[in-house]
Structures are given as structure tokens and as C-alpha cells.
Design a protein around this ligand. Sequence first.
Ligand code: ADP
Ligand code: MG
Length: 307
Amino acid sequence: MFKLCIRDLLSIKIKDPVTGRKLYWLEKILFSPFVLFSFSFGGVQLLYGISRGSGGCLYRGIYDGRDVVVKIPSRQSIISNNRETEDLRQEFECGRKLSGIECIPEYIDLLKLSVNTVAETIDVSLLVLEYKEGVTLSRLLGKRDILNMHEKYQLFKRLLDGLAAVHRAGVVHKDINPANILVKFSLTKKRLEDVWLVDFGASHHERRFVAEYGSPEQQMPIVFGDVGELSDMFSLGLVMYELLEGDLPFPRDLAMREIAGQGELNLQFSTCEDSAMKQILTRMLVKEPGKRFSSIAVLRRKVEQMM
Ligand SMILES: Nc1ncnc2c1ncn2[C@@H]1O[C@H](COP(=O)(O)OP(=O)(O)O)[C@@H](O)[C@H]1O
Ligand SMILES: [Mg+2]
């Protein structure tokens, strides 16, 4: 009876007063371990859920007086094999190597909690990250004209700077896609203010399934070789292509076949008229990694010269 009442409320969405983002508060709380278990909770105050994805549930919260996001393994994962807890630990270790890089939110802490279920006590890790205000690029892509050409190029350059620093720190992101890029855009000033690259949850994985934006070497390592820095270059190339052209160069449901299949991608530039940019994207999106630019740093210099 009680559960039914809660389910009735599931459709309630609240709007974040700061970003205008819609939040699914009750739904997220219900999917967290908090409703079903009692546990000791050190120093984190959760405000509401932001998203529920492959890496766990993400909440906005306060920790040590700071505005943070807290990534928590899903309830199912805690009950079953607790794999996501290990993933969060690895993401934290990876994130710590990136501290000080301008477009990466700071990885603040990894908290260990004891969750008491009826049968046993389970250790759970919570990842605490600096909160960054912004909307995901995936949401902006639906509204094509919000960013003008100059801002799109700015965004590209900032991502290249960030990614070059990430690679220098010995980390490959492996999941660059519009949902992992946060953009702060001022509607009143009508300009791009900040760009953030989030979610290093895939970087420690040898191989994790990535759909539309995955490189040929991620989709088909037997043919294209190991996943390395140039894999991020390909994924970023697809993001930029979509940002400039309004869509990916293939139907989404055929992504894997198109990316891993024979022949180069069919890049048809109908909106982008800048030949330098077309050349750059074409080279970023060559299937054979060795024929792309040799590194993000080299690409960044090329972009500076050409644009
Ligand atoms: N530091 C952050 N500040 C604000 N929002 C964030 C932050 N990190 C992630 N997000 C938001 O939460 C979403 C999910 O986080 P992410 O780390 O990508 O988890 P998942 O592994 O589920 O994809 C992102 O798409 C982004 O909208
Ligand atoms: Mg993500």
C-alpha cells in the first residue's frame, strides 16, 4: 500500500533553480540504497538525484561545506556482486591523476560506507566530485543554434586542451560523448562560459561496450588494434561532426556496423563550409588509428594554425 503511494509520486520532476535542469527526485531516491537500507553516513548531505546511468546514481550534495556530486552504485549492484563499487574506486584513482586540469571537475574523496541489510553488512564506495554547473552537450545539440560557430570552435579548442592534459597524465577517457561534456552557457550574456569533461568511469576498462561514439578499435580491436589516446580523438571527432552538422554521419542504430565495417565513414558536410575544419574532422575520423593525427597535442597545434 505504502509502495503504491510512492509509485504514484514517481512522475514528479523538480526543476533545478540554478541550471533549469529537470530532476527526478523521488525516482532517484527510490533507486538508491538509502530507502531500503539503514547505514552510517559520514559527512555527506544529499540534495537530489541528477542522473541514473551505467556507472551508478548521481546526486547533488554538500560535503565538507562544498557543492559536490556524489556517485553511488546502484542498489542492484550492491545487492548482487558490488562490481560498481570497484568501478567507482578505479574511477577515483584515475580522477586523482587529473587534479589541476582546467576542464576536469576535481575528484574530492572516496567514502566507504557500511550498508546494513537484513542479512549482512556490505561495504560500499561513494565517489565525491566537485559540482559543475552546466548542461550536457547532448541537451544543447537538440537546440542547434544556441552555440554560434565561434563558440563551437572555442568548445573544440578547450576540449582539446583538456584532453591533451588528460593524455599527458597517462589517462585515456574512452567514453567521450555529448552526455559526458558539460557546457555552461549564459543565456543572458549569450555566450559560452565553461566546458567540462566528466565521467572517467570507462578509462580503467580494457574494453567496455560503447555505442554510437566508440572508435573502430573499441568496436573491433582484432581488426583495428588496442585502444589508446587516438581512440579519444575519433570519439571527439564524432562529437564535433554532430555539433557542426546536426547529426552523426550514420544512422544511430547502425553505428557499430558503420564504425567497425570496411571503408571510411561517409562524411557529408552540408552545413560546415570551413574547409580547414572539414580536413581536420576527416583526419580525426579515419578508421585506421595510425592515419589520424599522431596525438591530441599535435592536433591542437594544427587547429591553432588552421583556424
Ligand atoms: N561534476 C559534475 N557536476 C555536475 N554534473 C555532473 C558532474 N559529473 C556528472 N554530472 C552529470 O551527471 C551525468 C552522469 O554522470 P556520469 O559521471 O557521466 O555517470 P554515468 O557513468 O552514469 O554516465 C552526466 O551526464 C552529467 O549530466
Ligand atoms: Mg556518463
